[in-house]
Design a protein around this ligand. Structure first.
Ligand code: ATP
Ligand code: MG
Length: 369
């Protein structure tokens, strides 16, 4: 599928994190957000992320309101397939979060997500490599959800049912009773949904893996052998048997001990787990390849090039790798890109070395108190 792109022309922030009131214009291609520590580079990228996903990437909603304020607003003017769309997100501590496109209220989150796809890379994403399995599940889910609202809806239902099944197991333990029929009622509802999630994740990995390998080797030359594997209880047995055979374990643990909510990905470098043996630069390289492959898969499935938000990604990478990334994101495979850096000189030099002409530098200054 040929992908088109969309871009944010203009943003207006009101009470979003450190921004009392801020308006900015962007380039349709590369945008460099530069400034010293603590001036709001990450918060600006996060506001863009918020526009795409109706939530922050780095904090919960309570911390998105500018301190001591009880509402915030993010208004973006977005150009998509030659049309201008005005997206307005309003959030209030006392009321509800509201999203409007051209003044039309968006009622369903699952239908809104995916209209403006984005891929973000931040320093905290290292958790994807070294952190708990939920980080990797979130990565898979965030990717598939951007091109399949059916997947997202099933996932939301699955998570709700698992939470209810867990609450039931807990109540059995607390009340020292057990009701097999009641537990089975939840298991029966979960089985088709769990199977669907498993099948979708398998299909996703099958198409993702070759793109990931290609991305890694095309950008980062070398003889490192990398490998990614999908891990799931459902690869061993079907969900019906898994539930049936783990009733005692579930009762002891007071939670559902088998299912797709425990899936994981294993990442290896030269046959060893990358989280244990990878250098910081190698881990970062691995992470960037995962995210850039995520970009490519969303672009091809959705037919729209996502926004690319790169927060402080250059530290620990050698100049050769940074240049390769620059050339890649400046190519037509990518649409609008936002890059934050504390070092404006490094950005100026990269712009010159890579003959970049379609760009804008947004220098954030001190905010008057
Ligand atoms: N809810 C909030 N209300 C007001 N200020 C906030 C809020 N959340 C964060 N801040 C402040 O916003 C400022 C900018 O934070 P941000 O993380 O965007 O900085 P940055 O430019 O990315 O810095 P660095 O280069 O260190 O990554 C910080 O001083 C932070 O404490
Ligand atoms: Mg930052």
């Amino acid at each position: 599928m040929v992908s088109t792109s969309f871009f944010i022309q203009h943003i207006k922030l009101n009470n979003y994190k450190n921004y009392i009131f801020k308006e900015l214009e962007f380039s349709p291609k590369l945008n460099f957000i530069v400034g010293k520590n603590g001036l709001g580079k990450t918060n600006l990228l996060d506001a863009i992320y918020y526009t795409c996903f109706t939530k922050s990437y780095v904090s919960n909603d309570a911390l998105a309101f500018r301190f001591e304020n009880d509402f915030f607003r993010i208004i973006t003017s977005i150009s998509k397939t030659a049309e201008n769309q005005l997206v307005e997100i309003k959030n209030s501590k006392t009321g509800k979060k509201e999203i409007f496109i051209n003044q039309v209220k968006q009622e369903k989150q699952a239908e809104y997500i995916g209209k403006f796809p984005a891929v973000i890379i931040t320093p905290n994403d290292n958790e994807l490599i070294i952190g708990a399995s939920e980080n990797r599940r979130r990565f898979i889910d965030a990717t598939i959800s951007q091109y399949s609202s059916e997947y997202l809806n099933n996932l939301l239902t699955y998570n709700k049912l698992i939470a209810q099944r867990n609450a039931l197991l807990k109540s059995f333990a607390e009340n020292r009773n057990f009701n097999q029929l009641l537990l089975d009622a939840y298991s029966e509802k979960l089985i088709p949904i769990g199977n669907f999630i498993f099948e979708q994740r398998k299909l996703f990995i099958d198409s993702f893996y070759p793109i990931f390998l290609k991305t890694y080797s095309s950008i980062f030359e070398g003889n490192e052998q990398i490998r990614l594997d999908y891990e799931s209880d459902l690869l061993q047995d079907n969900l019906e048997n898994l539930f049936k055979n783990s009733i005692q374990n579930d009762r002891n643990a007071q939670r559902t001990t088998k299912g797709t909510h425990l899936d994981d990905l294993s990442f290896n470098l030269n046959t060893y787990p990358i989280k244990k043996i990878g250098s910081q630069g190698q881990q970062k390289t691995f992470l960037l390849s995962l995210k850039l492959a995520q970009f490519e898969i969303i672009a091809s499935k959705q037919g729209i090039k996502p926004l690319l938000l790169l927060d402080d990604i250059f530290d620990k990478l050698d100049t050769e790798r940074i240049s390769k990334i620059f050339q890649l994101i400046y190519s037509d495979a990518f649409g609008q890109v936002f890059i934050s850096d504390t070092n404006e000189n490094r950005i100026q030099q990269l712009i010159k070395e890579n003959n970049i002409t379609n760009y804008k530098i947004i220098a954030l200054g001190e905010v008057p108190k």
